[in-house]
Design a protein around this ligand. Structure first.
Ligand SMILES: [Mg+2]
Length: 250
């Protein structure tokens, strides 16, 4: 069976709008019997919210087990532990982590710090985190995206805060996002052999595809890349351009 992993933001939709041709393309792929994983670094919405968004936009039923976000990776890693965790992020994120039976606590009492995304970054909070990490506290992040695309252009992402901390302390913070080992390990552990990866970012989607030894397609419908676009196996304008490659080979 052929399995593809497609990115969402900048590949399937931008903000609340489907990218041209996506629905038709997806239907053709599904009709070929190709299995689709919906992969995203977005962690400001729960996997269920992302499933609902996809179902509303596409008017298709989406299997929740096919929606893989950094929160799914987090849950998979720590499902058997009750972590004392400090969260830099939105109230929604804190609520979600609490519902996984984690103890969301203060910086002082935390055994691990998780960096997510906030609407407005808080410099004094970031400085306190830097102090705690420099004195030995564990830290990880949901993703390292410096920006993310919206209908109104690119906005600052999780990675902006991660980079401040990494640069200040000269460390590399482990990520639960697509570019990290935890994300690709999820597919390997669950024996999901991804043949093709489609996305708009070299630093996340294409790296993820390379980690899985999949064939990688880079679309130019999303963000502007700062890494070499030639790292991708094939460059396309948009998601629907991938259909002819997939239906030919299967
Ligand atoms: Mg994207």
């Amino acid at each position: 069976m052929t399995i593809i992993a497609t990115d969402l933001d900048g590949t399937i939709y931008k903000g609340h709008t489907l990218i041209d041709g996506v629905k038709k393309g997806l239907l053709k792929i599904i009709n070929e019997g190709i299995e689709i994983y919906y992969t995203t670094n977005n962690s400001s919405q729960s996997p269920n919210e992302i499933k609902d968004k996809l179902e509303n936009l596409l008017q298709l039923d989406i299997d929740i087990s096919k929606v893989i976000t950094p929160l799914v990776i987090f849950q998979n890693l720590y499902s058997d532990k009750k972590l004392n965790i400090y969260i830099y992020g939105s109230d929604n994120l804190k609520k979600y982590i609490k519902n996984l039976n984690m103890n969301v606590t203060s910086l002082e009492n935390a055994e691990v710090i998780l960096i997510g995304r906030k609407e407005e970054n808080n410099n004094s909070e970031i400085n306190k985190i830097i102090k705690n990490v420099s004195s030995g506290k564990n830290i990880m992040c949901l993703n390292k995206d410096l920006t993310f695309p919206t209908e109104f252009g690119e906005k600052a992402g999780n990675g902006a805060v991660v980079k401040i901390i990494e640069d200040e302390l000269s460390i590399i913070i482990p990520t639960l996002g697509k570019s990290g080992n935890h994300y690709s390990s999820y597919f390997i552990q669950n024996k999901i052999t991804v043949n093709f990866v489609i996305g708009d970012r070299v630093d996340t989607d294409i790296i993820f595809g390379k980690n899985l030894n999949a064939k990688t397609f880079l679309v130019s419908s999303g963000i502007k890349n700062y890494l070499d676009v030639n790292i991708a196996d094939i460059q396309l304008n948009k998601f629907s351009d991938v259909v002819s490659f997939l239906t030919k080979q299967s």
